[in-house]
Unconditional design. Structure first.
Length: 414
Protein backbone atom coordinates (compact mmCIF):
# COMPACT_ATOMS: atom_id res chain seq x y z
CA UNK A 1 0.00 0.00 0.00
CA UNK A 2 1.43 3.40 -0.94
CA UNK A 3 1.69 6.48 1.26
CA UNK A 4 -1.21 8.25 -0.44
CA UNK A 5 -3.53 5.38 0.49
CA UNK A 6 -2.20 5.30 4.05
CA UNK A 7 -2.73 9.04 4.30
CA UNK A 8 -6.30 8.87 3.00
CA UNK A 9 -7.16 6.08 5.42
CA UNK A 10 -5.51 7.95 8.29
CA UNK A 11 -7.53 11.08 7.62
CA UNK A 12 -10.80 9.13 7.68
CA UNK A 13 -9.71 7.36 10.87
CA UNK A 14 -8.70 10.66 12.49
CA UNK A 15 -12.22 12.00 11.93
CA UNK A 16 -13.73 8.96 13.66
CA UNK A 17 -11.15 9.10 16.45
CA UNK A 18 -11.86 12.74 17.19
CA UNK A 19 -15.48 11.84 17.92
CA UNK A 20 -14.72 9.02 20.40
CA UNK A 21 -15.48 9.73 24.02
CA UNK A 22 -12.86 9.14 26.69
CA UNK A 23 -14.43 5.95 28.02
CA UNK A 24 -14.41 4.32 24.58
CA UNK A 25 -10.81 5.36 23.90
CA UNK A 26 -9.69 3.98 27.25
CA UNK A 27 -11.53 0.71 26.67
CA UNK A 28 -9.81 0.23 23.31
CA UNK A 29 -6.40 1.05 24.80
CA UNK A 30 -6.91 -1.63 27.44
CA UNK A 31 -7.80 -4.12 24.72
CA UNK A 32 -4.57 -3.28 22.89
CA UNK A 33 -2.54 -3.74 26.08
CA UNK A 34 -4.08 -7.15 26.74
CA UNK A 35 -3.52 -8.19 23.12
CA UNK A 36 0.19 -7.40 23.40
CA UNK A 37 0.54 -9.62 26.43
CA UNK A 38 -1.36 -12.44 24.75
CA UNK A 39 0.84 -12.18 21.66
CA UNK A 40 4.13 -12.20 23.61
CA UNK A 41 5.46 -15.44 22.03
CA UNK A 42 4.83 -14.17 18.50
CA UNK A 43 6.36 -10.78 19.32
CA UNK A 44 9.49 -12.41 20.77
CA UNK A 45 9.82 -14.64 17.70
CA UNK A 46 9.67 -11.60 15.39
CA UNK A 47 12.14 -9.73 17.55
CA UNK A 48 14.53 -12.71 17.43
CA UNK A 49 14.64 -12.33 13.64
CA UNK A 50 15.62 -8.67 14.00
CA UNK A 51 18.28 -9.51 16.58
CA UNK A 52 19.74 -12.24 14.37
CA UNK A 53 19.99 -9.80 11.48
CA UNK A 54 21.57 -7.21 13.77
CA UNK A 55 24.23 -9.71 14.83
CA UNK A 56 24.90 -10.67 11.21
CA UNK A 57 25.30 -6.99 10.34
CA UNK A 58 27.79 -6.39 13.16
CA UNK A 59 25.59 -4.01 15.15
CA UNK A 60 27.12 -3.24 18.57
CA UNK A 61 25.89 -4.87 21.76
CA UNK A 62 24.59 -1.57 23.13
CA UNK A 63 22.57 -0.93 19.97
CA UNK A 64 21.26 -4.49 20.09
CA UNK A 65 20.04 -3.72 23.59
CA UNK A 66 17.93 -0.87 22.16
CA UNK A 67 16.39 -3.38 19.77
CA UNK A 68 15.92 -6.32 22.16
CA UNK A 69 12.50 -7.27 23.52
CA UNK A 70 11.97 -9.56 26.50
CA UNK A 71 8.84 -10.74 28.27
CA UNK A 72 9.46 -8.05 30.89
CA UNK A 73 9.84 -5.31 28.28
CA UNK A 74 6.64 -6.38 26.54
CA UNK A 75 4.86 -6.31 29.89
CA UNK A 76 6.25 -2.79 30.41
CA UNK A 77 4.95 -1.76 26.98
CA UNK A 78 1.49 -3.08 27.84
CA UNK A 79 1.63 -1.33 31.21
CA UNK A 80 2.60 1.89 29.45
CA UNK A 81 -0.58 1.68 27.39
CA UNK A 82 -2.61 1.03 30.55
CA UNK A 83 -0.99 4.06 32.18
CA UNK A 84 -2.03 6.18 29.21
CA UNK A 85 -5.60 4.91 29.53
CA UNK A 86 -5.69 6.13 33.14
CA UNK A 87 -4.44 9.63 32.39
CA UNK A 88 -6.85 12.56 32.07
CA UNK A 89 -8.01 13.07 28.51
CA UNK A 90 -7.08 16.59 27.34
CA UNK A 91 -9.31 16.50 24.25
CA UNK A 92 -12.35 18.75 24.55
CA UNK A 93 -10.99 20.56 27.59
CA UNK A 94 -11.69 24.29 27.51
CA UNK A 95 -8.59 25.93 28.96
CA UNK A 96 -10.24 29.25 29.69
CA UNK A 97 -13.30 31.24 28.75
CA UNK A 98 -13.98 34.96 28.80
CA UNK A 99 -16.49 37.55 27.56
CA UNK A 100 -15.25 40.32 25.29
CA UNK A 101 -16.51 43.89 24.86
CA UNK A 102 -19.07 42.72 22.29
CA UNK A 103 -20.62 40.25 24.68
CA UNK A 104 -19.17 37.23 22.90
CA UNK A 105 -18.26 34.28 25.11
CA UNK A 106 -14.86 33.05 23.84
CA UNK A 107 -13.20 29.80 24.89
CA UNK A 108 -10.01 28.00 23.93
CA UNK A 109 -10.52 24.27 23.51
CA UNK A 110 -7.97 21.47 23.10
CA UNK A 111 -8.36 19.41 19.94
CA UNK A 112 -6.34 16.67 18.19
CA UNK A 113 -3.55 17.59 15.79
CA UNK A 114 -5.08 15.22 13.21
CA UNK A 115 -2.73 12.79 11.47
CA UNK A 116 0.75 12.37 12.93
CA UNK A 117 3.63 10.76 11.07
CA UNK A 118 6.52 9.30 13.06
CA UNK A 119 9.87 8.25 11.58
CA UNK A 120 12.00 6.42 14.11
CA UNK A 121 14.89 4.00 14.57
CA UNK A 122 15.66 0.80 16.45
CA UNK A 123 13.57 0.82 19.62
CA UNK A 124 10.32 -1.17 19.19
CA UNK A 125 8.77 0.33 22.32
CA UNK A 126 8.41 3.58 20.37
CA UNK A 127 5.75 1.79 18.31
CA UNK A 128 3.44 1.14 21.23
CA UNK A 129 4.22 4.38 23.08
CA UNK A 130 3.48 6.51 20.02
CA UNK A 131 0.37 4.55 19.04
CA UNK A 132 -1.18 4.77 22.51
CA UNK A 133 -0.49 8.47 23.01
CA UNK A 134 -1.77 9.37 19.57
CA UNK A 135 -4.89 7.24 20.05
CA UNK A 136 -5.71 8.77 23.43
CA UNK A 137 -5.47 12.27 21.94
CA UNK A 138 -7.67 11.41 18.96
CA UNK A 139 -4.83 11.46 16.44
CA UNK A 140 -4.38 8.87 13.71
CA UNK A 141 -0.73 7.83 13.35
CA UNK A 142 1.41 6.55 10.50
CA UNK A 143 4.51 4.80 11.81
CA UNK A 144 7.68 4.31 9.82
CA UNK A 145 10.27 2.42 11.85
CA UNK A 146 13.82 1.52 10.90
CA UNK A 147 14.78 -1.61 9.02
CA UNK A 148 16.63 -2.95 12.10
CA UNK A 149 13.32 -3.45 13.95
CA UNK A 150 11.07 -4.13 10.97
CA UNK A 151 9.72 -7.52 12.08
CA UNK A 152 9.18 -6.35 15.66
CA UNK A 153 7.41 -3.15 14.65
CA UNK A 154 5.22 -4.89 12.10
CA UNK A 155 3.85 -7.47 14.52
CA UNK A 156 3.31 -4.87 17.24
CA UNK A 157 1.20 -2.79 14.86
CA UNK A 158 -0.65 -5.89 13.62
CA UNK A 159 -1.52 -6.87 17.19
CA UNK A 160 -2.87 -3.41 17.99
CA UNK A 161 -4.78 -3.17 14.70
CA UNK A 162 -6.36 -6.59 15.29
CA UNK A 163 -7.43 -5.52 18.77
CA UNK A 164 -9.15 -2.46 17.32
CA UNK A 165 -10.86 -4.43 14.56
CA UNK A 166 -12.03 -7.08 17.03
CA UNK A 167 -13.71 -4.32 19.02
CA UNK A 168 -15.47 -2.69 16.08
CA UNK A 169 -13.15 0.24 15.50
CA UNK A 170 -11.13 1.05 12.41
CA UNK A 171 -7.59 -0.36 12.49
CA UNK A 172 -6.55 2.53 10.24
CA UNK A 173 -6.10 4.65 13.35
CA UNK A 174 -2.66 3.00 13.65
CA UNK A 175 -0.84 2.32 10.40
CA UNK A 176 2.60 1.03 9.50
CA UNK A 177 4.81 1.86 6.53
CA UNK A 178 6.16 -1.49 5.35
CA UNK A 179 8.81 0.03 3.05
CA UNK A 180 11.90 1.10 5.03
CA UNK A 181 13.74 2.66 2.09
CA UNK A 182 15.06 6.22 2.17
CA UNK A 183 12.93 7.05 -0.86
CA UNK A 184 9.71 6.27 0.97
CA UNK A 185 10.91 8.15 4.05
CA UNK A 186 11.58 11.18 1.85
CA UNK A 187 8.10 10.89 0.36
CA UNK A 188 6.63 10.79 3.85
CA UNK A 189 8.48 13.99 4.75
CA UNK A 190 6.58 15.75 1.98
CA UNK A 191 3.12 14.24 2.54
CA UNK A 192 1.62 17.64 3.32
CA UNK A 193 -1.83 16.75 1.99
CA UNK A 194 -2.33 14.11 4.66
CA UNK A 195 0.12 14.64 7.55
CA UNK A 196 -0.50 17.45 10.01
CA UNK A 197 2.85 17.00 11.75
CA UNK A 198 5.94 14.79 11.44
CA UNK A 199 7.96 13.66 14.45
CA UNK A 200 11.41 12.14 13.86
CA UNK A 201 12.89 10.05 16.65
CA UNK A 202 16.37 8.64 16.28
CA UNK A 203 20.02 9.54 15.76
CA UNK A 204 21.54 12.83 14.72
CA UNK A 205 21.63 11.82 11.04
CA UNK A 206 17.90 11.07 10.91
CA UNK A 207 16.96 14.25 12.76
CA UNK A 208 19.12 16.38 10.46
CA UNK A 209 17.73 14.74 7.31
CA UNK A 210 14.14 15.30 8.37
CA UNK A 211 14.77 18.93 9.33
CA UNK A 212 16.45 19.63 6.00
CA UNK A 213 14.02 17.73 3.76
CA UNK A 214 10.53 17.86 5.30
CA UNK A 215 7.81 20.16 4.04
CA UNK A 216 5.42 18.73 6.63
CA UNK A 217 5.67 20.69 9.93
CA UNK A 218 8.23 18.97 12.18
CA UNK A 219 8.50 18.60 15.96
CA UNK A 220 12.18 17.86 16.54
CA UNK A 221 13.04 15.20 19.10
CA UNK A 222 16.75 15.53 19.57
CA UNK A 223 19.81 13.55 20.29
CA UNK A 224 21.23 13.60 23.80
CA UNK A 225 24.78 14.91 24.21
CA UNK A 226 24.24 15.29 27.95
CA UNK A 227 26.61 16.52 30.66
CA UNK A 228 27.04 16.12 34.40
CA UNK A 229 28.92 18.88 36.19
CA UNK A 230 30.41 17.94 39.57
CA UNK A 231 30.80 21.19 41.48
CA UNK A 232 33.41 21.95 44.14
CA UNK A 233 30.65 21.76 46.76
CA UNK A 234 29.32 18.38 45.65
CA UNK A 235 28.96 15.33 47.88
CA UNK A 236 31.43 13.10 46.06
CA UNK A 237 29.75 9.82 46.99
CA UNK A 238 26.49 11.17 45.56
CA UNK A 239 28.32 12.39 42.49
CA UNK A 240 29.89 8.97 41.94
CA UNK A 241 26.51 7.25 42.03
CA UNK A 242 24.86 9.80 39.75
CA UNK A 243 27.61 9.70 37.12
CA UNK A 244 27.74 5.91 37.19
CA UNK A 245 23.97 5.64 36.77
CA UNK A 246 23.74 8.25 34.04
CA UNK A 247 26.50 6.60 32.02
CA UNK A 248 26.13 2.87 32.59
CA UNK A 249 22.52 2.05 33.55
CA UNK A 250 21.56 2.08 29.87
CA UNK A 251 24.18 3.83 27.72
CA UNK A 252 22.35 3.35 24.42
CA UNK A 253 19.53 5.80 25.16
CA UNK A 254 19.27 9.54 24.58
CA UNK A 255 19.15 10.52 28.26
CA UNK A 256 22.47 8.85 29.14
CA UNK A 257 25.40 11.09 30.08
CA UNK A 258 28.18 11.58 27.53
CA UNK A 259 30.49 14.13 29.24
CA UNK A 260 31.65 14.60 32.82
CA UNK A 261 32.75 18.10 33.84
CA UNK A 262 34.60 18.34 37.15
CA UNK A 263 35.59 21.40 39.16
CA UNK A 264 39.37 21.69 39.46
CA UNK A 265 39.20 21.86 43.28
CA UNK A 266 37.82 18.30 43.56
CA UNK A 267 39.34 16.72 40.46
CA UNK A 268 42.17 15.00 42.33
CA UNK A 269 39.78 13.53 44.90
CA UNK A 270 36.95 12.55 42.57
CA UNK A 271 38.41 11.41 39.25
CA UNK A 272 40.27 8.30 40.51
CA UNK A 273 37.13 7.24 42.38
CA UNK A 274 34.79 7.60 39.42
CA UNK A 275 37.35 5.96 37.13
CA UNK A 276 37.44 2.89 39.36
CA UNK A 277 33.65 2.74 39.46
CA UNK A 278 33.26 3.08 35.69
CA UNK A 279 35.97 0.48 35.13
CA UNK A 280 33.50 -2.09 36.49
CA UNK A 281 31.60 -1.55 33.24
CA UNK A 282 34.69 -1.18 31.03
CA UNK A 283 33.85 2.44 30.25
CA UNK A 284 36.43 4.09 28.02
CA UNK A 285 37.42 7.55 29.30
CA UNK A 286 38.47 10.30 26.90
CA UNK A 287 39.97 13.09 28.96
CA UNK A 288 41.43 16.56 28.54
CA UNK A 289 45.02 17.28 29.56
CA UNK A 290 44.05 18.36 33.09
CA UNK A 291 42.04 15.19 33.76
CA UNK A 292 44.42 12.66 32.19
CA UNK A 293 46.89 12.50 35.14
CA UNK A 294 44.11 11.28 37.44
CA UNK A 295 42.66 8.67 35.10
CA UNK A 296 44.68 5.52 34.56
CA UNK A 297 44.05 4.09 31.11
CA UNK A 298 42.24 7.15 29.76
CA UNK A 299 43.02 8.43 26.29
CA UNK A 300 43.29 12.08 25.20
CA UNK A 301 39.98 13.64 24.20
CA UNK A 302 39.61 15.27 20.80
CA UNK A 303 37.52 18.30 19.88
CA UNK A 304 35.06 15.92 18.23
CA UNK A 305 34.51 14.04 21.49
CA UNK A 306 32.94 17.06 23.18
CA UNK A 307 30.16 17.14 20.59
CA UNK A 308 29.54 13.39 20.27
CA UNK A 309 26.58 11.38 21.50
CA UNK A 310 28.43 8.10 22.03
CA UNK A 311 25.46 5.87 22.97
CA UNK A 312 28.09 3.46 24.27
CA UNK A 313 30.39 2.78 27.22
CA UNK A 314 32.45 5.90 26.46
CA UNK A 315 32.64 9.07 28.55
CA UNK A 316 34.41 12.35 27.82
CA UNK A 317 35.96 14.02 30.87
CA UNK A 318 37.02 17.64 31.32
CA UNK A 319 38.34 19.64 34.29
CA UNK A 320 36.91 23.16 34.51
CA UNK A 321 38.04 26.17 36.54
CA UNK A 322 34.57 27.07 37.81
CA UNK A 323 30.84 26.81 37.19
CA UNK A 324 30.97 29.53 34.54
CA UNK A 325 33.35 27.47 32.42
CA UNK A 326 31.13 24.41 32.92
CA UNK A 327 28.00 26.26 31.80
CA UNK A 328 29.81 27.78 28.81
CA UNK A 329 31.04 24.34 27.74
CA UNK A 330 27.58 22.81 28.08
CA UNK A 331 25.83 25.55 26.14
CA UNK A 332 28.40 25.28 23.37
CA UNK A 333 28.33 21.51 22.87
CA UNK A 334 25.02 20.22 24.20
CA UNK A 335 21.99 19.20 22.16
CA UNK A 336 19.61 20.91 24.61
CA UNK A 337 18.33 17.60 26.00
CA UNK A 338 19.28 16.91 29.65
CA UNK A 339 21.96 18.46 31.88
CA UNK A 340 22.83 17.96 35.56
CA UNK A 341 24.80 19.59 38.34
CA UNK A 342 25.86 17.87 41.55
CA UNK A 343 26.29 20.42 44.34
CA UNK A 344 25.26 21.34 47.87
CA UNK A 345 25.65 25.03 47.03
CA UNK A 346 22.19 26.55 46.59
CA UNK A 347 23.44 29.54 44.63
CA UNK A 348 25.42 27.31 42.26
CA UNK A 349 22.37 25.14 41.67
CA UNK A 350 20.16 28.14 40.90
CA UNK A 351 22.77 29.62 38.57
CA UNK A 352 22.97 26.31 36.71
CA UNK A 353 19.18 26.05 36.42
CA UNK A 354 18.91 29.61 35.15
CA UNK A 355 21.77 29.62 32.64
CA UNK A 356 21.90 26.13 31.14
CA UNK A 357 19.86 25.89 27.94
CA UNK A 358 18.23 22.45 27.86
CA UNK A 359 14.81 20.80 27.91
CA UNK A 360 15.50 19.26 31.34
CA UNK A 361 17.99 20.56 33.91
CA UNK A 362 18.71 18.56 37.08
CA UNK A 363 20.16 19.32 40.49
CA UNK A 364 21.60 16.28 42.27
CA UNK A 365 19.94 13.65 40.08
CA UNK A 366 20.76 11.47 37.09
CA UNK A 367 19.85 12.58 33.57
CA UNK A 368 18.33 9.12 33.07
CA UNK A 369 15.06 10.41 34.51
CA UNK A 370 14.19 12.42 31.39
CA UNK A 371 11.46 10.08 30.28
CA UNK A 372 7.74 10.50 29.73
CA UNK A 373 6.86 7.43 31.78
CA UNK A 374 9.00 8.62 34.71
CA UNK A 375 7.56 12.14 34.50
CA UNK A 376 4.07 10.67 34.89
CA UNK A 377 2.96 10.91 31.25
CA UNK A 378 2.32 7.16 30.92
CA UNK A 379 4.59 7.04 27.88
CA UNK A 380 6.21 9.54 25.54
CA UNK A 381 6.32 10.33 21.86
CA UNK A 382 9.91 11.54 22.27
CA UNK A 383 11.99 14.24 23.96
CA UNK A 384 11.53 17.54 22.16
CA UNK A 385 14.68 19.66 22.17
CA UNK A 386 13.15 22.56 20.25
CA UNK A 387 11.33 25.49 21.80
CA UNK A 388 8.24 25.89 19.61
CA UNK A 389 5.04 23.99 20.49
CA UNK A 390 6.67 21.47 22.83
CA UNK A 391 9.84 20.99 24.87
CA UNK A 392 11.03 18.02 26.91
CA UNK A 393 9.18 14.68 27.20
CA UNK A 394 6.12 14.82 24.96
CA UNK A 395 3.01 13.27 26.43
CA UNK A 396 -0.70 13.81 25.79
CA UNK A 397 -0.73 17.59 26.17
CA UNK A 398 1.93 18.01 23.49
CA UNK A 399 -0.12 16.07 20.93
CA UNK A 400 -2.97 18.57 21.01
CA UNK A 401 -3.71 21.86 19.31
CA UNK A 402 -6.38 24.41 20.16
CA UNK A 403 -9.33 26.07 18.53
CA UNK A 404 -11.44 28.95 19.71
CA UNK A 405 -15.11 28.32 20.37
CA UNK A 406 -17.25 31.46 20.36
CA UNK A 407 -20.84 31.85 21.63
CA UNK A 408 -22.97 34.80 20.65
CA UNK A 409 -26.60 35.90 20.75
CA UNK A 410 -26.89 37.68 17.43
CA UNK A 411 -23.87 40.00 17.49
CA UNK A 412 -22.70 41.58 14.23
CA UNK A 413 -19.58 43.67 13.84
CA UNK A 414 -20.06 47.33 13.03
Amino acid sequence: MNLMQLGQQAQMAAHKLALLDTQRKNSLLLEMAAALETATPEILAANAKDLAQAQDNGISDTMQDRLRLTEARIMDMAQGIREVSQLPDPIGEVEKMWKNADGLLIGRQKVPLGVIGIIYESRPNVTTDAASLCFKTGNAVILRGGKEAFNSNQILVNVMQNALAANDFTPDAIQFVSDTSHDVANQMMKLTEYLDVLIPRGGAGLIRRVKESATVPVIETGTGNNHIYVDKDAQLEMAKNIVDNAKTQRPSVCNAAETLLIHQDVAAAFLPVIAAKLAEHDVQLRADELALPYLAGAIPATEEDWGTEFLDYILAVKVVADIDEAIAHINRYNTKHSEAIVTDNYFASQKFLAEVDAAAVYVNASTRFTDGFVFGFGAEIGISTQKLHARGPMGLEELTSTKYIVYGDGQIRS
